[in-house]
Design a protein around this ligand. Structure first.
Ligand code: TYD
Length: 713
């Protein structure tokens, strides 16, 4: 299996918990540090070029004609986003055939020349053309850097251990354990550079706006920013050309945004998530699309424009970082819904205020809300790379449409003055366009909140107030209610827990069973292999390290035999009497271990197990994701026969589980086992509530009373 994660371009953000932990280990290796500097400079140049080219387009449009200025700025933004949406899928294959170091040097040199030419040519059409070509070059550059960063990190890491040559980088970057970790770490660090440079670029642009006045005179403000941008690209080119060798991970594919959107997202909450991401992107892009014209209308020049961009980008960074960390006891779905509504409400403030400083701060708050929405939204998709790429595409296409539409609406509306008795209010075209965008965002924001809300009936204010106190709100009458007699239904519910070694699923399966029992359900807690008498004998054969020479096929059949006995004697009878069955491992373990791990046909094993179980499929499978080296390190007792398999085996198992979950996302809840256990427990309880025929009332997630009592088996 190939790791889809390797294909994610460095511009793609990751869940903040991962991004935030980018280490410095890889930065300490010299070639990697050089590449990182080049990447940082290129990204800085990229963000600076967005600000400087839009500013230049504004300057080059005739005088005070707000309508044409807004449209010129919008056109630059559209021309810069368009290649990312349309050309990204072509870039991967093109980049794969090129020399990486040369391509990067040429790309940065080209961007240097193009940006430099803009103030020299000094014409709007050329500015627009340059913006488009600069962005095309950036699109080609993304997969090149995307494949070089992890490979170089892995090679450098191997060098420092004296066991991997740079030529082995491809294998190392796709490989396991330490090298894979290094590559992942490097990728996260690269992403931080790609996004972290945005606020720096905005600050630099604002400062240049202040000095441009004195240095070059009023009309040439954007010139200074463009010259500096050109120099930054030149420095990036120099940094890349200083690298002697640039190993790569081989072909890189960047998924096509439009195709991803057309294919859609399958989990049950896809529509709520999609609308939430649309709203978050809409609010942030609306601000960017008219910020240049708006800042000018409020009496600021490029320094003012830069301040609004700075407020927004710092806010976004904060929001992405804080999103998963604030109000932890509150349902993440509720928080996501709240965040997008907040972003839309703050956009109203940005639209109405007539003071640039206040507008810049408001843009910052909007950024926090939109960033928090983004990080919580992408976290809800589990760890699926496809789902992540889908959400990113939705955000991009929304930005494209907004950057075309909002300036056009502003141009259409024109400036006007509203009179309220004696008082006049200047409703500028940008005020009005932002206000319309805010109202348009508010409606779907509220819809997204409703669709995402998994605690209906629980008053939001009480829920948030409890979360602020660090608690989960529990309605009084439910808290006081004694456990009722077991609830009996015609057909039970089947929940399986899956994951690699040491993922903590045994603990979580037990906690889920206790929680359900506490709420009056008839729960059967079971596990594989070895839940029955025969099963225990099979288990001994399967896991005893003295069992040698067992063929993979025989192993598969023994697990299937255990499962057939388990289903026939334990699971089915329990289901028939309407109980909830919570099983620690089920069929997916055989698909992952005997299929992916032992490299046997997964479809044949699936058929065998379908026969063994009579086609019984869980209603929900909770997959706890853990890196083999982390999970195996957590195991308390001496390793059994399967645990003692090499790390490559366990990595294949991990990838297998992941592929199974990605193929059938509605049935899975994928959780990062590295998250705090109480958080994992709560997420599992939220999800289980959704599949119960007689749902446990919302607000009864309880982890504190049961959690400390249990340790992993
Ligand atoms: P167990 O001691 O139950 O540990 P764990 O907490 O990891 O579940 O061991 C079960 C082992 O059997 C585990 O290493 C995974 C393996 N296994 C398979 O290889 N195939 C299967 O179908 C099942 C159910 C388990």
């Amino acid at each position: 299996m190939t790791r889809t994660g390797d294909n994610r371009p460095p511009h793609a953000a990751t869940t903040p918990s991962r991004a935030a932990t980018a280490p410095s280990a890889s930065g300490s290796v010299r070639p990697f540090r050089r590449l990182w500097i080049a990447l940082w400079l290129s990204s800085l140049g990229h963000w600076l070029s967005v600000a400087a080219l839009t500013a230049m387009a504004g300057v080059l449009t005739s005088g005070d004609d707000v309508a044409s200025r807004a449209q010129a700025v919008g056109a630059v933004l559209v021309l810069m986003i368009l290649p990312v949406v349309l050309l990204a899928p072509l870039a991967g294959p093109i980049a794969s055939g090129l020399d990486r170091r040369l391509t990067m040097t040429v790309a940065d040199s080209l961007r240097f020349a193009l940006i430099l030419s803009v103030p020299l040519v000094d014409a709007l059409p050329w500015t627009l053309a340059a913006a488009f070509v600069v962005s095309c070059v950036t699109v080609l550059w993304i997969p090149v850097i995307g494949s070089s960063v992890p490979a170089l990190a892995a090679a450098a890491h191997g060098d420092s251990h004296g066991d991997v040559r740079p030529g082995d980088a491809r294998a190392a970057a796709h490989g396991d354990g330490d090298d894979d970790d290094q590559a992942d770490v490097a990728r996260r660090s690269a992403r931080r550079a790609a996004y972290g440079s945005a606020p720096v670029a905005a600050a630099l642009f604002a400062v240049l706006g202040l000095f441009a006045d004195d240095l070059l005179g009023q009309d040439d403000r954007a010139d200074l920013a463009l010259y500096v941008t050109a120099v930054v690209f030149l420095a990036a080119a120099a940094a890349v050309s200083a690298l002697r060798e640039l190993p790569t991970t081989g072909p890189v594919s960047v998924p096509a945004p439009l195709k991803l959107i057309a294919q859609g997202l399958r989990p049950a909450d896809a529509r709520g998530l999609t609308v939430a991401v649309v709203v978050a992107s809409l609010t942030a892009s609306a601000v960017v699309s008219v910020a240049q014209v708006h800042a000018r209308a409020l009496g600021g020049g490029d320094a003012g424009y830069g301040s609004v961009l700075l407020g927004l980008s710092v806010g976004l960074a904060f929001g992405v970082f804080l999103g998963p960390r604030v109000l932890v006891p509150l349902s993440r779905r509720r928080l996501l819904g709240l965040a997008v509504i907040a972003a839309a409400l703050v956009l109203i403030v940005v639209a109405l205020v007539q003071n640039l400083v206040v507008a810049a701060f408001a843009a910052g708050f909007l950024g926090v809300a939109a960033g928090a929405a983004w990080s919580n939204g992408s976290a809800l998709t589990g760890l699926g790379e496809r789902a992540f790429a889908y959400l990113r595409s939705v955000a991009l296409v929304t930005a494209l449409i907004v950057c075309a539409a909002v300036p056009a609406v502003a141009a259409l509306l024109g400036d006007r003055t509203l009179s309220f008795g004696d008082a006049d209010y200047d409703l500028r075209s940008t005020n009005a366009a932002l206000l319309i965008a805010a109202v348009l965002a508010l409606v779907p924001g509220a819809v997204a909140f409703r669709w995402l809300d998994d605690r209906r009936g629980i008053p939001l204010v009480l829920d948030v107030a409890a979360a602020v106190r660090g608690e989960t709100y529990t309605p009084r009458e439910q808290a006081a209610e004694p456990a009722a007699a077991p609830v009996v239904r015609e057909r039970g519910v089947f929940i399986a827990f899956e994951g690699g070694e040491g993922a903590g699923k045994t603990t979580q399966a037990r906690l889920a069973a206790i929680w359900l029992r506490d709420h009056g359900y008839d729960v059967v807690s079971t596990q594989e292999p070895g839940a029955t008498k025969i099963g225990m004998r099979l288990r001994a054969m399967l896991l005893d390290r003295d069992t040698t020479g067992l063929t993979s096929r025989a192993e598969t059949l023994l697990y299937a035999a255990d499962r057939a006995d388990h289903v026939g004697n334990v699971i089915r009878p329990a289901m028939e009497r309407g109980a909830i069955v919570v099983s620690d491992r089920y069929v997916d373990s055989s698909l992952a271990y005997q299929g992916f791990g032992r490299e046997q046909s997964v479809s044949e094993i699936a058929k065998l197990n379908e026969w063994a179980t009579g086609g019984l499929v869980p209603d929900l499978t909770v997959l706890l994701e853990v890196r083999p080296e982390t999970g195996l390190g957590r195991l308390p007792s001496p390793a059994d026969r399967i645990e003692s398999e090499p790390e490559e085996f366990h990595e294949r198992v991990r990838q297998g589980f992941r592929a199974l979950a990605e193929a059938e996302p509605e049935r899975y809840l994928v959780l990062d086992a590295g998250r705090p256990p109480a958080e994992i427990t709560r997420e599992i309880q939220y999800r289980i509530r959704e599949i119960l025929p007689d749902p446990i009332p919302a607000g009864t997630e309880d982890v504190t009373s049961t959690f400390p009592a249990i340790t992993d088996a």
